[in-house]
Design a protein around this ligand. Sequence first.
Ligand code: 0RA
Length: 640
Amino acid sequence: MASANYTAKDITVLEGLEPVRKRPGMYIGGVGSAGLHHLVWETLDNSVDEAMNGFASNIWVTLHADGSSITIEDDGRGIPVDKHDAKRSALEVIFTVLHAGGKFEHGNYKTAGGLHGVGASVVNALSKELVATVKRDGALWEMRFRQGKPVAPLKKIGAARGSGTKVYFHPDAAIFPKIEFDAAIIKERLEVASYLHKGLKVTFEDEGAKEKIVYEHSEGIVDYLRKIVAERAAKPVHDLPFTLTKDEGLRLDLVLQWTEATDEHVRSYVNGIPTGSGGTHESGLRAGIGKAVRNFIDTHNLSPKGVTLTAEDIREGLTGVVSVFIAEPQFQGQTKDRLNNPELISAVDGLVRPGLEHWLHHNSSVAEAIVARIILSARAREASRAAKDEVSRKSATSTRLNLPGKLSDCTNSSSDGSELFIVEGDSAGGSAKQGRDRTRQAILPLRGKVLNTESASLAKVLENKELSDLVTAIGCGLGNNFDLTKLRYGKIIILADADSDGNHIATLLLTFIYRHLPKLITNGKVFLAQPPLYRIDVGKETFWALDDAHKETILKQHGQGKNGRATPEITRFKGLGEMMPKVLWETTLNPRTRRLQRVDVADENVLMTDRVINELMGKDASARFRFIMERADEAEELDV
Ligand code: 0RA
């Protein structure tokens, strides 16, 4: 822990600040937005360090009205103001000497690592103006800098109660092409800090937006886990999450909860820095979890018959947060967000395995629910592998005998330029079958309403005949075994009636595809056909209207009896089945004349969409209906 008798001479002096201004990229990664915000993280980290070591409990961050200057304050011990040498105070050294560090750092945790940790002097070097204010021993001290150079020596400017450090800085426009902080980026970081440091109170004030937010979480990462589980709308398999806090050689905070989600979602942090690409701490965590769960299963004889559990089965649906603090983190990878310290594998494994195993043994009903979840995912995986094997066996044999009986396949066997139409109902399927171009268009009629797959497990999905036929016809398999290269068609086109029932079916199919075959959507393979709702005959001319609005437009243009024209005759199609095959071809199937909509989920909206689907495809029928209508509107804008 911190040495109580720290003195100014403990600070080790290495270098001056010229190199920082000459090559800022070497110290903060670049001079773009990320580099600019790096200045904030550096300053913030110093205050967080004070909090983490038990000396501060509050941090105040103010984004000033100009949008390009910031003040970060804490109620820690205050930067030492005593003399470091004959000429300079300790504070001056900390702000003007590169890599100045105190011996006080020994035994204390540092947030910073890798690119970080170069500290206060780098921020100072790259600031047009920096003002440090310190409360210590009853006095208030201030020192001002310009481009890293002292404007005047440290001076006592008054009396003060308590202790703390306040740093104001304005980055130098001569270094950064754009100095404008992003409140959203800062808020996110502050929120995470408040989760990772239980009890730390972080107050953010955005003067421009006249907004003040307090981040404080008495339960730390347990609160964070709750938020993540809620955001992902993942149904927990057990109420009580597993928590582990250790401070032996390595400081580790861990919380885990198994959910019914189909993926694994563990967020990891090293010294408060997100490690999006994982690394050795995550490897150790995975190893520890795997061994703990297997040991529990073995000691209780819970091993399932006929299926072997893989490491992925054990972690399916696992949601968690892991945060470690270590003395010398090494980051690697292009974005420096992967931890590379090899000793972390066994260190984390060594804490997690016994901790989790002990917890499982002492919470046996929770543990059994978790094991049941794991066995279910193993069975689902086996089932989907079996389905996939069957598909590849089928595509391997030249005969197509194993394709669903209802599929009217096209004669062209290459996926290039071929299309699969998924059609609602047998009669519509009949019209489509007769109207299509049989060389390149296949028809798969689906009967009745498709299973609402939102809450169905993979195993359930595969039991559903309509959906398993669809999976077989598409050819890519399901879930983890999905293989896009096996796709049997270039386009998968949903052809449903133009009414709300048709929309509902299209939505159910899209939900299924989005949930279980998402790569079809992200690769732009899925489309909605647009069959007309009205036929409008005006004399010898025929028009097709997609909906009421379209009908009105057509009627206005080719209006009633104008210029001696005949009165228009309007036919509303009750369903696709009513349409003559030739008409269906002309309006909906023929690539030269039809309109298709590509179904597409913008990347950054994937999470949102996940939630939207979860919320709306649940039990609430009216919400579901609204969703259907809204997305039908959106689709209008996505014409290809
Ligand atoms: C050096 C030594 C001590 C504290 C600090 C630096 C310190 C730095 C910052 C930066 C932002 N807030 C900070 N708070 C403290 C320890 C001094 C002692 O032993 O009293």
